[in-house]
Design a protein around this ligand. Sequence first.
Ligand code: PLP
Length: 425
Amino acid sequence: MKNYQSMSKEELQSEYDILLSKYNEMKQQGLSLDMSRGKPAPEQLDLAMPMLDILTGNEMMNTENGFDTRNYGILDGIPEAKKLFADMLELKPENILVGGNSSLNMMYDSVARSMSFGVMGSTPWNKLEKVKFLCPVPGYDRHFAICELFGIEMINIPMDNKGPNMDMVEELVANDDSIKGIWCVPKYSNPSGITYSAEVVKRFGALKPKANDFRIYWDNAYVVHDLTETPDELVNIYEECKKNSNEDMVFEFASTSKISFSGAGIAVMGASVDNLNFIRKHLTIQTIGFDKMNQLRHVKYYKDINGIKEHMKKHKEIIAPKFDAVINALNTNIAPYGIATYETPNGGYFISFNTMSGCAKRVGQLCKDAGLVMTPSGATFPYGNDPDDSNIRIAPTYPSIEELNTAMELFCYCVKIATIEKLLK
Ligand code: PLP
């Protein structure tokens, strides 16, 4: 097998003709496949079904301190849920705010609150001429969508396999007080799958932002979502901030959306007591409280952090083979041709795939025309604009292994076809 870059035009053309006929054969099958959705498969959701039968009898509805979860009251989480999520995020319960069913909602609210009311006494952002966020790329499209909605300018920060380029981050936040935030998915990042190195997290904790209302939006969505026996370790950002007297600088987020039920789990925010006091002042106007029965259900079902970890092993058994199927297909059908790069993640929900420059959109189109839906190319960048037209996010969790094998066969044809078209131009 030859690297495409070293093939002659004639060789490429004959390879192209073969690939195109295989692609057309698959296209005629009328496939309907989808590798775009970072959703758990139904079997994963089945794992948590016993939770729904756990609150039986009136006495089961009370918290450990005797509070009736069926009634109004308790703004920021029942004590045992705070403890459970504090252990998950390696924080103290006093640093935890238990929310509703979506961490994205909590992130949105944090930005919306800052726009209207500022951050711990700072000028509301909507009174400022310009507000900017740093966006490590590729990243999570919904983070970028929040910024876009509020008119917050986004600045791309390149990532490598250790995390964002910290020279850039340090320089920018130290000199520009209109930079108010940075979006981070520090563990098994969406989409790159990498975990920030210890050095990167330490540098985050030691940032010296010019804006005192700058916050690190630390979206730890995949904190317990390991796929291998050698999981990545993430240094505790809050401890690092504290070491530098920076404990107000970070908002941490997580949820059980990919532990129990997606969209019907529990979201949580971790922050300093001063940050949480400020947030609670507004939250108490916004809501009387979140779903405490769901909080109690989760605590009674998982019991403690070890219960969550054991549960996550069952998720791993279901989805690790799916990641293997994708990586095996790429190792066999793409790697030998030297036409793309990808990471093999130790956890999370995605595999990030980089085509040769200028090929991602064409790959997406070829896939779509043959019945395979991929995340739209560009979606992993602010404003939907991948300047290199190269990144494609692969989400292997939802389809069955059989579907994945077919989807990957087609995907690999599409990548090769798009690459040869580019090389022959
Ligand atoms: N954060 C990241 C990085 C995600 O990938 C996702 C879902 O894909 C979410 C947040 C959404 O979380 P939630 O369901 O808690 O709103």
